[in-house]
Design a protein around this ligand. Structure first.
Ligand code: HAM
Length: 428
């Protein structure tokens, strides 16, 4: 057993899994560009206050899951690793005066996120999110654009059966009265509440609605619904989002239990799930509108909306659905040789081929030629470039490892020949 291990709740992405993440992030950034969302990056850590204020002091994410960085001196600022992208992006929007840019400002980013969550399958302390934000557009059309973009990500990634659950959680005009009604309701049933939920009741009652505790199912089913308490403007917004989604042929279901875990949300809230997935009902992704967040973090009142998709959960579902394709690119060629002392020439030829853009490995070991060829095959290489006596005449043997054929090629033609043969093989 190894002495040192990756910290609990984190894991190493070995090359095959890393290649899958690379592919998922590539799909994300390509889609973002296609939809007009620009690449962007905020730091891995921020002043803790950005998250405390932005996400809300009484949310699980801030109260229990924030990775705080121990200050190095007494007067040092209090920092925390980012537990999501949104608050940091909005902090940057305010800091860089992005309200003077053409609105909305549409940004996209993928990268690691940190939450001190209780580790289990699909729940990690370091995980990856693909995130998009559109700041400066009150919607509702852009709400539909964003929901559709998320769904397209799953389609292009090859995840089957993703469902969109949609809700409105009201705004400052109608939510306070609803929260009061809901609090009254649960107070009347306080005796039936599990301790965790009773504790939440006075501080963040909306969260009770999406409790996964089976003891809450019946109570939640009969709870007052936000849809019966929305003001006219929120109702009209929700209806219009639905009309836009229908026009885009995006299937969705209105689900009153989608209340989201972060405090900044107003109106539109949505989550993506794989339909009928057994076991823990974990969202693949989620997002919503946050019309008060820019102001909360010191900017002018500015509406915004976005989502974050959990890439680790996408990877899990792809594995469950058996649709992970080998995403790694093997070398086009491996340079091998019979003479164990010819590493200078092996390396030089490999370097020349790489300079032309080809993926090439040089076998620099002292093992026998046969073993080198075997290893090249295992690597998934298409060709072996075999160095032998022909070198004196400026030539090498090129073996097509897939076809089992071999021929002599002049060194001067080698790069061109390999590139041409590999391209024609790959395009059938
Ligand atoms: P969230 O619902 O907290 O939203 O997280 C989004 C997604 O990140 C989840 O649906 C899940 O797939 C993934 N995720 C969350 N926690 C974990 C974990 N511990 N392990 C693995 N995956 C996890 C947000 O983060 C918002 N910032 C989304 C947003 C953007 N809203 C507006 N703009």
């Amino acid at each position: 057993m190894a002495t040192y291990r990756a910290p609990r709740g984190t894991r190493d992405l070995l090359p095959e899994e890393r290649a899958l993440f690379e592919r998922l992030m590539g799909i994300g950034s390509e889609l973002a560009t296609r939809y007009g969302y620009r690449p962007f990056e905020t730091p891995l850590f921020e002043q803790a206050a950005v998250f405390e204020r932005g996400i809300g002091e009484t949310t699980d994410v801030v109260e229990k899951e924030l990775f705080r960085i121990a200050p190095r001196t007494e007067e040092a600022e209090s920092w925390a690793l980012r537990p999501e992208w949104t608050a940091g992006i909005v902090r940057a929007y305010v800091q860089h005066g992005m309200q003077t840019w053409p609105q909305p400002v549409k940004l996209a980013i993928s990268g690691p996120i940190f939450r001190y969550d209780r580790p289990q399958a699909g729940r990690y302390r370091q995980f990856w999110q693909f995130d998009v934000e559109a700041i400066g557009d009150p919607g509702p059309a852009i709400d539909a654009e964003i929901v559709e973009l998320g769904l397209r990500f799953y389609r292009e990634a090859g995840v089957e059966g993703v469902e969109v659950l949609l809700n409105s959680i009201g705004d400052p005009a109608c939510r306070p009265a609803y929260v009061e009604t809901l609090t009254d309701y649960y107070r009347r049933h306080a005796a039936a509440l599990p301790p965790v939920e009773r504790n939440r009741l006075e501080r963040n009652v909306l969260r009770l609605l999406d409790s996964k505790d089976p003891a809450m199912a019946e109570l939640n089913e009969a709870a007052p619904r936000i849809s019966d308490h929305l003001c006219g403007a929120c109702n009209a917004h929700l209806e219009s989002v639905q009309a836009h989604l229908t026009a885009l042929d995006v299937p969705f279901r209105v689900e009153p239990a989608v209340v989201r875990g972060l405090d900044y949300y107003t109106r539109t809230a949505f989550e993506y799930y794989v339909a009928g997935r057994e076991g823990q009902q974990q969202a693949l992704g989620g997002g919503g509108r946050y019309d008060g967040l820019v102001q909360l973090l010191g900017g002018r009142p500015t509406p915004g909306i976005g989502f974050a998709l959990g890439l680790d959960r996408v990877a899990l579902v792809l594995a469950e659905q058996g649709s992970i394709s080998a995403a790694e690119d093997g070398p086009v060629a491996v340079v091998v040789g019979a003479d164990p002392d010819d590493t200078v020439i092996r390396l030089r030829i490999a370097t020349q081929l790489r300079a032309t853009g080809l993926r090439v490995r040089a076998d620099l070991g002292r093992r026998k030629l046969g073993r080198q060829l075997q290893a090249a095959g295992k690597d998934g290489a298409h060709f072996a470039v075999i160095l032998g006596d022909e070198l004196n005449a400026g030539q090498v043997q090129v073996r097509d490892l897939l076809a089992g054929t071999q021929r002599v090629v002049a060194l001067d033609d080698l790069a061109r020949e390999l590139a041409r043969a590999d391209a024609s093989h790959r395009h059938g």
